[in-house]
Design a protein around this ligand. Structure first.
Ligand code: FRU
Length: 478
């Protein structure tokens, strides 16, 4: 099969008309129809935020990758644009894989991975991944400039270029697999076309992954953050529970030197569904991250509705004094808020009280008093499928989802914060929940699939009492 943008657009038009909207997000970015995975090419260009994404317009399954495209003035309302890249050339004939965008004067430049097999595609020995360039003046139509970095000798997995500007040079980090060791490789260029190999930036120690996907490398408060998505880290206790992880190392770096990490890999999100995050800068200098809010090999019930996959909210990241990232929803999200409905401060004792009858698209803000609680469990429930609650015995905040009809059951959790105050900002958007704990100390993101009449939102305390010190909610963009 050969692919083109025109053909992809035609296909999308037909598929869009047949979409079942019951779980389709209201304020998160999802493909118009078909499949979506990683965010790509996040960038501010010429007055717009652009978000591209891994996209298969022809089905709700992963397939030959295209780059879907949307833009936004405010990070909140997204407008779909035509597919930006289709796997049309010999260099990307089996897919336009993940990559990034930079603004080069008046040009928007995309660097992405051309994915291709030479011969039989069932063997990785025939796999080649090369880095390709595409450019645009209007931010909508892209000219393919072809391959700019070839696969290094002996490598097969070599993908997901993330470019940035440092002094007089462009730099790019690229994920790689050597044997069973994940790596990040570094290259340097003056013009985005001729690239010089700068060697290894970082590499997995024992047990830290056989492949590092989607690396991103940036400075925050004088430190360097290497954010990446390792495959192959074993689960340990409450950590690394998803099939693949996403997180970061913090350290120091100077051009021409290797990256020197301090401390261990830290997961960025503790829910079931978060992968391949990518960062970008706002014009006022904030570092924002968006991720794919799904997980490889996890059931995606929305496939029966004609679409699959969505991105997380844009999240601002800052570096805390403890050398950990603080992750909060971008402040722009407040623009979506309708009227505020305060909840009375209350003590709940062995009870569940409804607060919203049909919670589809909502932001909740709750503060619980940890020390005075005697309840074994307290928090919120959405229908019978989702609970976000404190497990007092385990001293953890738990996100539990239970949709056995879709083979999605289980919980994720984080340790309770120190101190007495547990503040939760919770965003629900039809088939997703994102929980931000104590102004960004932790976040948990998961997909949820409530059936009709399964959206009553309650606060509850069981086996004892718990005090909701303050709280309320906003319907979002009704
Ligand atoms: C991460 C990833 C990338 C790759 C893309 C393919 O989810 O596997 O490494 O470029 O997805 O769609």
């Amino acid at each position: 099969m050969t692919f083109s943008i025109a053909q992809a657009e035609q296909e999308l038009q037909a598929r869009r008309a047949a979409l079942n909207p019951r779980w389709y997000p209201h304020y998160h970015l999802a493909a118009q129809a078909g499949w979506m995975n990683d965010p790509n090419g996040l960038v501010w260009f010429d007055g717009w935020y652009h978000a591209f994404y891994q996209h298969h317009p022809y089905s709700t399954q992963w397939g030959p990758m295209h780059w879907g495209h949307a833009r936004s003035r405010d990070l909140v309302h997204w407008e779909h644009l035509p597919v930006a890249l289709a796997p049309e050339g010999p260099e990307d004939k089996d897919g336009c894989f993940s990559g990034s965008a930079v603004v080069d004067g008046d040009t928007l430049a995309l660097l992405y991975t051309g994915h291709k097999f030479h011969g039989d595609s069932s063997s990785d020995d025939n796999l080649y991944q090369v880095q390709c360039l595409a450019t645009s003046r209007d931010g909508i139509h892209f000219e393919r400039q072809g391959q700019v970095i070839d696969t290094p000798a002996g490598l097969h997995h070599f993908r997901d270029p993330k470019v940035w500007r440092e002094g007089d040079y462009w730099y790019v980090v690229i994920g790689a697999r050597v044997g069973d060791t994940g790596q990040v490789r570094l290259y340097r260029s003056r013009d985005l076309r001729e690239w010089q190999d700068e060697g290894l930036l970082a590499e997995a120690k024992e047990g830290a992954g056989y492949m590092w996907e989607c690396p991103d490398f940036f400075r925050l408060n004088g430190k360097w953050i290497l954010m990446f998505s390792p495959q192959g880290m074993a689960a340990k206790g409450y950590h690394n529970r998803n099939l693949f992880q996403s997180g970061y190392l913090i350290g120091d770096w100077q051009p021409g030197q290797p990256f020197v990490p301090e401390g261990e890999f830290v997961e960025m999100d503790h829910g079931h569904d978060f992968y391949a995050p990518q960062s970008f800068l706002t014009p006022d200098g904030r570092r924002i991250v968006m991720g794919w809010m799904d997980m490889w090999e996890s059931p995606m019930p929305e496939q029966q509705d004609g679409w699959a996959g969505m991105l997380t909210l844009p999240r601002e990241i800052r570096l805390g004094d403890d050398n950990r990232l603080r992750i909060t929803p971008a402040k722009e999200m407040a623009a979506l808020r309708g009227s505020y409905y305060p909840l009375l401060a209350q003590q709940l004792k062995n009870q569940s009280s409804p607060i919203v009858e049909d919670a589809q698209v909502i932001e909740l803000d709750l503060v619980w008093d940890i020390h005075s609680a005697t309840a074994e469990c307290y928090g919120i429930a959405l229908g019978a499928g989702l609970r976000v609650f404190v497990d007092a015995q385990a001293q953890r905040l738990v996100l539990e989802r239970r949709y056995p009809e879709f083979a999605l059951e289980g919980s994720r959790s984080v340790a309770l914060p120190e101190g007495n105050r547990l503040s939760l900002r919770i965003f629900i958007d039809r088939s997703s929940v994102e929980v931000f704990v104590n102004e960004g100390e932790a976040c948990l993101s998961s997909r949820i699939y409530p059936q009709e009449a399964q959206r009553q939102l309650c606060v509850f305390a069981s086996h004892g009492s718990a005090t909701l010190s303050s709280g309320g909610y906003w319907p979002l963009d009704q």
